[in-house]
Design a protein around this ligand. Sequence first.
Ligand SMILES: Nc1ncnc2c1ncn2[C@@H]1O[C@H](COP(=O)(O)OP(=O)(O)O)[C@@H](O)[C@H]1O
Ligand SMILES: [Mg+2]
Length: 249
Amino acid sequence: MSLIEIRNLHASINGKEILKGVDLTINKGEVHAVMGPNGNGKSTLASVIAGKDNFEVTQGEIIYQGKNLFDLSIDQRAAEGIFLGFQYPVEIPGVSISNFMKTAINEQRKYKGLDPMPTFEFMKLMEEKKKIVELDSKLANRSVNEGFSGGEKKKNEIFQMAMLNPTLSILDETDSGLDIDALRIVAAGVNALRSKENSTILITHYQRLLDYIVPDFVHVLYEGKIVKTGPKELALELEEKGYEWLKYE
Ligand SMILES: Nc1ncnc2c1ncn2[C@@H]1O[C@H](COP(=O)(O)OP(=O)(O)O)[C@@H](O)[C@H]1O
Ligand SMILES: [Mg+2]
């Protein structure tokens, strides 16, 4: 069953068209890698799905679980299970990760008409999910991302994802210099959360990441369109040949 269908999506930033007709369907349980050179619209696509307002959708539609995504605000989309890594503020002085997660979880529960999560249940969930990313307790009590190293931020991002248990996770790795440890953390988190009900869009230009998280499909986003879709082996081909050859396909 399809979770999200993106049809002929066009989006602009400051009057400049960035997405020029993206078509992408993702079924429940699938992991899709989106690759492509810098500046071709990968992060824009992530922003459009999550509902950030720094762009303008000029054409097309996105249907998510039978709903028109453009009818939903960024918060409603989050409550409907769409998670964008790094969507949350980078630094919140004085707010610990645990307080921050409690607020986020309870906002989503409220949207679904549920009471706040009882504290003991929340603590249990924290312990369970901390193990997935090997997040130590000291980190959980620090302010959100304040003074965190790259690897710690990455752990925190995956921890947030694990806590919220999103239906659609969008991880945009492009701009972070991921070292091998960070790669492992991201991979362990994504793999632990993989299920028949959850789907992931993994934006990366590192073929290496796909050694750890084996995608069901690889797409190439080039000049604002998905120009090629293939199995996981496509990532290797891209690494070997680069992206230029796609122009002449
Ligand atoms: N806030 C912005 N204002 C103007 N142009 C932007 C902005 N954000 C992104 N762009 C431009 O949009 C294009 C696509 O960017 P992006 O989606 O970040 O690509 P990618 O993630 O594939 O590297 C680039 O040409 C970039 O310069
Ligand atoms: Mg990007």
